[in-house]
Design a protein around this ligand. Structure first.
Ligand code: FES
Length: 147
């Protein structure tokens, strides 16, 4: 059911935990299953230099969180904002269709953290796109603009 990459990320996740001196914290919950992800970011200038997560969710959610935190390291805030859950799913070699929604937790938590960073500094929030940003045909119903 899961790819080798998903199993690898789930059984040996990276960046688990919290950052005591985080510059931003974001949390997201899945309306589908009630699971929750919290992400902590350390930011220098416009670059994400550290990221940690705590996920109370399924194997796919934990694998997505681990992969997403690894992918955003070294990214600018805008690049991280634009990381879609489809990018994370691709990096995992795919997720079974009923589990694609689990990857939204990571993307939504990253965006919440970036919003937190902007707010703490009195900056404008980054722009939310419209429509669905995942790869699900017809939209997943969970993307900003589809609420
Ligand atoms: S079933 Fe809840 S995040 Fe996967």
């Amino acid at each position: 059911m899961y790819t080798e990459k998903v199993i690898e990320e789930f059984t040996n996740p990276e960046n688990v935990g919290e950052l005591a001196d985080a510059d931003a914290v974001g949390e997201a919950g899945s309306p589908t299953c009630g699971d929750i992800m919290k992400i902590y970011l350390k930011v220098e200038g416009d670059l994400i230099v550290d990221a940690r997560f705590q996920t109370f969710g399924c194997a796919a959610a934990i694998a997505s969180s681990s992969m997403a935190t690894r992918m955003i390291l070294g990214m600018t805030l805008t690049e991280a904002w634009n990381l879609s859950n489809a990018d994370v799913v691709d990096a995992l070699g795919g997720l079974p269709e009923p589990k694609v929604h689990c990857s939204l937790l990571a993307r939504d938590a990253i965006r919440a953290a970036i919003d937190d960073f902007q707010t703490r500094r009195g900056l404008e929030p980054l722009e939310r796109g419209s429509g669905c940003c995942c790869s699900e045909e017809g939209g997943c119903g969970s993307c900003p603009g589809n609420d």
